[in-house]
Design a protein around this ligand. Sequence first.
Ligand code: COA
Ligand code: ZN
Length: 306
Amino acid sequence: MLPERVTVVEVGARDGLQNERRNVPTEDKIAFLDLLSESGLRCIEATSFVSPKAIPQLADAEEVFRKMRKAPGVRYPVLVPNMRGYERAKACGVEAIAVFTAASETFTKRNINMTVEESIAIFAGVVARARADGMWVRGYVSTAFGSPFGDVVTPEMVRDVCVRLSDLGCDEISVGDTIGVGVPTQVDELVPLLTDVIPLERIAFHFHDTRGTALANVYAALQHGVHVFDASAGGLGGCPYAPGATGNVGTEDVLYMLHGMGIETGVDLAKVRAASRFIRSSLDHDLTSKAFQALEAAQARETRTA
Ligand code: COA
Ligand code: ZN
């Protein structure tokens, strides 16, 4: 069942930078995105048109989106929480959006100040508008493997929220392990439930590596034929509204594993590393991606001996 080709959706500039303590200069975000655009990635989440009070880190969404280079054939979705965000995004020339809710009520309330039901009602209007405007739409279901607030999340609850977003007209549903608690047997249980009601082609997974299980979860999903995975350059990431959430699975880690397994991605790992190396200089911490670290160290050894 392993796919021959996988699409990696790069979320570092959004899921990553939304969580940084240090203020990342707008021009650095743009340069980071421009480097990612050169790597062969076909889908790069650029920023969020959310409330700047909720996520001050991405308050420069307009400037970032307007000034970043848009490579031909690359999709640049942005997060949109409501109609206000949609209007802002559309005014900047955005052609792909992502709406986001969750399987956990408590998380949804803290993150977007709505119940899951209310969020679906808001997104019904947003997605209808986006589709009428010819946009591509992604729907995120966060906390699909567990909530940071202890409320119970079952696979059936996840399936039901996925179906509701899919029914609104989302082209792709990204199922998120926001706090990195999931294990491969949960993936094995969830994927067949989802593919019963949503075509496999429209399902993506979004794993965080908080407890070191992200790549194992990617592999579990691959075995069910899933072939779209979110990842972030260098392993950046986390959600300020999910206590303890750390980075997404590193794009370099996913690429290293997939390429080693003979699965094509069309992405140049060295070019993603170059983007990660660049953004690291704007941050106050190291990057967590193991493949990034190992490949950088190997290159440094080669340079020393050359
Ligand atoms: N863009 C810019 N500003 C926005 C906005 C948007 N899309 N949506 C709302 N606002 C502004 C409002 O104008 C208001 O500003 P004011 O206080 O100066 O009048 C303020 O934000 C609060 O708006 P309100 O409609 O009362 O919403 P809220 O406080 O219930 O917050 C969300 C709801 C969805 C706007 C907010 O929770 C949010 O943006 N969350 C995003 C969280 C996120 O991105 N998490 C990470 C991804 S998993
Ligand atoms: Zn995430």
